[in-house]
Ligand binder design. Structure first.
Ligand code: ZN
Length: 70
């Protein structure tokens, strides 16, 4: 099952990457929970987290979480 919220994610580190912008980052789950709350959804996270994409937040950015697809 793919985790939907931060609460459902089991790992310590969350990977986010954007194939289109060729950017990626590793995020600390605990820090994200502190900042956004455990109910924060990954779909929303990919919108609010800036990983240096120029297209970030425009709908053209394809930021996603490859670690969730296992
Ligand atoms: Zn991007």
């Amino acid at each position: 099952m793919t985790p939907v919220t931060l609460r459902e994610f089991r790992g310590e580190a969350i990977e986010i990457s954007c194939a289109r912008c060729n950017k990626h980052a590793t995020l600390d789950r605990k820090a994200l929970v502190k900042k956004f709350g455990a109910k924060m959804k990954f779909v929303q996270l990919s919108r609010v987290l800036s990983i240096g994409c120029e297209r970030h937040g425009t709908g053209q950015c394809e930021a996603s979480f490859p670690g969730l697809m296992k």
